[in-house]
Design a protein around this ligand. Structure first.
Ligand code: KG4
Ligand code: ZN
Length: 352
C-alpha cells in the first residue's frame, strides 16, 4: 500500500482549497464530541458541540473508556445535526478534517475512523489535523483580519505554550510549562477545594466573590525566560488551606486565579516584545477565563499590541477550529493518507 492509495478502496482525491471550499471538521480527542462546517477556512456555517461533562462529573475527571463509548454514540447524531443546521446537501462537502492527536487514543480513534469512512464514501479528501494547531486557529476564526506573525498563548487542559505563528503552518515554540498545564492546575486546585470538574469554570465562578489579593501565592519563574511552572503554586494552595482550615474558599480561588493569570499575561507580553510581534492571541480552554481575557487585553492596550480573543465557545474544544486548520493543512500539504492513525502524544511541528 503506498502513501497516497488505500488498498482496493480508491485513490485519494485532491482538492485545491479556495474561498468556497466547505470542510467538515470532526473533534473527539477528549470529552467533547463536535462537528462543524467551515467555508474557506474561516466562515463558520454550523458548529455543534456535545459535551460529555455530566458523564464524567461523578469521577472528578475524564474517564477514557466512558469518553470513547460516548463518542461512539454521539458522533453520528452530532454530524447529522451539523449538516442539517447548515442547510446544505452532504454532496456539497469538499473535505473531511479530523483531530488525529494529541488526545485519548480510544476517543481519537472514534473520530478518525468516522472521518475516513465519510471521506471515502463521499469521495473527498481526508485531512489529519493536530489539535494544538487547531487551537491556534481559533482566534483567526473570529477575526479573519488578523495579520501574521502573531504570538499565541495556548492554554488548555493538557498544554501551556507560547507560540510564534510566523505564517500558516510555521510555528516557533517560545516557551511552555515545565510541569502542569494551566488548565490542569485549575482542575487540580478545584478538585482539592471540592469545587468539582471541570475546574476552570468552577474556580472562575467562586472567585467572583473572593479577594484576589487576600493570599499572596507564589509566581514561579515570573521573571525568568518564557517557560512557566504551576506545580509549586498548586502545592502552595494545598499547604495554605491545610494550615488555615477556616480560610474563605472564594479568597483562595480568587488569589489562585490571580497568580496564574499574572504569570501568563506577564510571559505573553514579554514574548510579544522579544519577537517584535504586533499582535497577541489567546487559545485553548483556559482562554475562556474572564480575568485572563481582561488582563491580556489591558496589557495589549498598554503595549500597543492588537489583542485577539476567540469567543469562549471557540476557546474550549470545538470542531470549527479543526475544520479551519484542516482547510489550511489541505492547502499546504494536500490530502492526508488514509492509513494515518491516531497519535495520543502528537506535538506541534515547530521551527527553531
Ligand atoms: O482546550 P480544552 O477545552 O481541552 C483541552 O484540549 O485540554 O481545555 C480544557 C481546560 C480544562 O482544564 C478547564 O478547566 C479549562 O480548560 N477551562 C478554564 C475555563 N474554562 C475551561 N480554565 C479557567 N477558566 C475557565 N473559564
Ligand atoms: Zn483542546
Amino acid at each position: 500500500m503506498s502513501d497516497d492509495q488505500v488498498d482496493g478502496l480508491g485513490e485519494l482525491v485532491d482538492v485545491e482549497p479556495g474561498p468556497e471550499t466547505l470542510v467538515l471538521g470532526i473533534e473527539t480527542s477528549c470529552d467533547e464530541t463536535a462537528a462543524a462546517l467551515v467555508m474557506g477556512g474561516g466562515d463558520v456555517v454550523s458548529s455543534v458541540v456535545s459535551s460529555q461533562i455530566d458523564l464524567h462529573v461523578p469521577y472528578g475527571g475524564v474517564v477514557p473508556e466512558i469518553a470513547s463509548r460516548a463518542h461512539l454514540e454521539l458522533l453520528n447524531p452530532v454530524i447529522a445535526r451539523t449538516i442539517v443546521e447548515a442547510g446544505v446537501d452532504e454532496r456539497r462537502i469538499d473535505a473531511v478534517a479530523c483531530t488525529v492527536g494529541p488526545g485519548l487514543i480510544g476517543a481519537l480513534l472514534v473520530g478518525v475512523s468516522a472521518a475516513k469512512a465519510l471521506a471515502l464514501s463521499w469521495d473527498v479528501p481526508f485531512v489529519a489535523v493536530n489539535h494544538l494547531e487547531a487551537h491556534l486557529y481559533a482566534a483567526l476564526l473570529d477575526d479573519p483580519t488578523i495579520e501574521l506573525p502573531l504570538v499565541v498563548l495556548l492554554v488548555s487542559g493538557g498544554h501551556t505554550m507560547l507560540v510564534e505563528m510566523r505564517d500558516h503552518g510555521r510555528y516557533r515554540l517560545l516557551g511552555q510549562t515545565i510541569d502542569d498545564a494551566a488548565g490542569e492546575a485549575f482542575d487540580k486546585v478545584a478538585r482539592f477545594l471540592g469545587l468539582g470538574y471541570p475546574g476552570g469554570p468552577a474556580i472562575e465562578r467562586v472567585a467572583v466573590d473572593g479577594d484576589p489579593e487576600a493570599i499572596e501565592f507564589p509566581r514561579a519563574m515570573r521573571n525568568e525566560g518564557l517557560d512557566v511552572s504551576f506545580s509549586g503554586l498548586k502545592t502552595a494552595v494545598m499547604n495554605h488551606v491545610r494550615q488555615h482550615p477556616d480560610v474563605d474558599t472564594a479568597d483562595v480561588a480568587a488569589s489562585f486565579q490571580a497568580a496564574v493569570v499574572d504569570v501568563l499575561v506577564h510571559k505573553a507580553r514579554r514574548a510579544a516584545r522579544e519577537v517584535g510581534a504586533k499582535g497577541l492571541a489567546l487559545g485553548g480552554g483556559v482562554a475562556a477565563n474572564s480575568k485572563l481575557r481582561e488582563d491580556l487585553l489591558d496589557a495589549c492596550d498598554e503595549d500597543g499590541l492588537h489583542g485577539f480573543l476567540p469567543s469562549r465557545a471557540m476557546c474550549t474544544d470545538n470542531a470549527a477550529m479543526i475544520a479551519a486548520a484542516g482547510w489550511h493543512r489541505l492547502r499546504l500539504d494536500g490530502p492526508s493518507p488514509l492509513d494515518t492513525g491516531a497519535y495520543p502524544n502528537l506535538r506541534l511541528r515547530t521551527e527553531d
